[in-house]
Design a protein around this ligand. Structure first.
Ligand code: COA
Length: 176
């Protein structure tokens, strides 16, 4: 399967590849850590275990879901998912999710994952990527805008987080 190479802002090599079953522990741990930050995801407490992550990775071998892993020096630093919309008539649309490990943010890993995702998405015949984020997630918004994602909507007070209500920002990008 295809892999991608990029450089961090401080010139380290980023390797991006499709997930293997053995990545389940890293994916699960990072997900739990970001949930515990209580800042960026609408999941209030970890709602999955390592075995379920392994099952998800296994499913990607036989369907159009995409799970990409980023490594620096063989160390897991983040991942990205693309999942088809649930409607049959929207099979050309993928929903994107992304998380980078806290110590590795701001080095260009998120951007590298997003660029690789467009390529991987086209290989799976997706024509558009959609995503949503919190309106106070300045880093994510800046990343998505810099890559040409367009604002398509705002759902007010859509999430009730520990710090209060947050608006949801909806964005999309054609990739054909
Ligand atoms: C959002 C996230 C995936 C971005 O990944 P990242 O590796 O930190 O981002 P990058 O280093 O690739 O930065 C990409 C762009 O984001 C912006 N950015 C990065 N750090 C920033 C900061 N501290 N403040 C403002 N903007 C910032 C810049 O526009 C940058 O583009 P540039 O390099 O051309 O200047 C990552 O910060 C993360 O995992 N956050 C927690 C989970 C999350 O928010 N997931 C998304 C939910 S929708």
């Amino acid at each position: 399967m295809k892999a991608w190479q990029f450089k961090t802002k401080d010139d380290r090599e980023i390797l991006i590849r499709h997930a293997k079953i053995s990545d389940a522990r890293d994916l699960h741990q990072n997900f739990c850590q970001v949930v515990h930050e209580s800042e960026w995801l609408p999941t209030l407490r970890p709602n999955s275990n390592q075995a379920e992550w392994a099952e998800w990775i296994q499913r990607t071998y036989g369907n159009r879901e995409i799970l990409l892993i980023a490594h620096i020096d063989a160390e897991y630093v983040g991942h990205l998912s693309l999942q088809p919309e649930e409607w049959a008539a929207s099979a050309h649309v993928a929903r994107l999710g992304i998380i980078v490990r806290k110590p590795f943010r701001g080095f260009g890993i998120g951007k590298a994952l997003m660029v690789a995702a467009e390529d991987a998405g086209r290989q799976q015949r997706y024509e558009k990527i959609t995503l949503s984020t919190f309106d106070n997630n300045a880093i994510a918004l800046s990343l998505y805008e810099s890559l040409g994602y367009r604002l398509v909507g705002k759902r007010e007070r859509h999430f009730q987080m520990p710090k209060g209500f947050i608006d949801e920002i909806l964005m999309e990008k054609p990739i054909v």
